[in-house]
Design a protein around this ligand. Sequence first.
Ligand SMILES: [Zn+2]
Length: 257
Amino acid sequence: MSLQLLVDLYLAVSGLLIGSYLNVVIHRLPREQSTVLPRSRCPHCGGVIRAYDNIPLISYLILRGHCRHCRAAISWRYPLIEGLTAICFVLSFEVFGVSWKTPMAILFCCLLIALAGIDAEHYILPDRITLPGAVVGLAIAFVAPWITWQQSALGILLGGGLLWAVAELWVRLRKVEGLGLGDVKMLAMVGAFLGWEGVVVTLFLGSLTGSLVGVTLMLRHRMNLSSRLPFGVFLSLGALIALFAGPWLLGSYGRLF
Ligand SMILES: [Zn+2]
């Protein structure tokens, strides 16, 4: 087995385990509960989930998505988050190789996945993730060779400022709050990690995928104009693409002119 494959395998397993922890964060952080103790319980019957039933992906498959005690369905979000985290871990190494950019990318992915999951479940993007996330992104920029602290600070200003302006405009035009301040702070965090170009790519892709899904749901009468979409989910998706393919996307876009 080649060394590269061995590292991929190690990262995939680590990603599954961290993804399993992110599921706990997504479920408990907005409820102000500890993410370490007590042991996980079935939200339906309250039965304690044993270690052998808590193996990422595998337990879900063995139990066929049902609680061992009460047979209540387990949300498909759990294996999805675990699988996605594992993919992001492996992709970080495949794209950035043996460099400090790989652990940075892994950390950034974890923040984005936690935010997407929390927004999907609770319709909030907690300050307890976005604000420390922005600070850590800026701190990394002081020592990282791939981004200067000025680029990171500009990213925070553009991410925070641009979306805040859009939100203000929306409130004045439609007299309703379209974008939450959580979205603004999340985009500031993205800017801290990826700089202003990353903010542009993230906002573009997030709005595009968000409107596509919104229009599709409206056409199928699953929601109306005043229904809420968790925009943070689409911003997360946009930011993941910006992280892994941003420079390539901007390069191809530049070549069009
Ligand atoms: Zn149960």
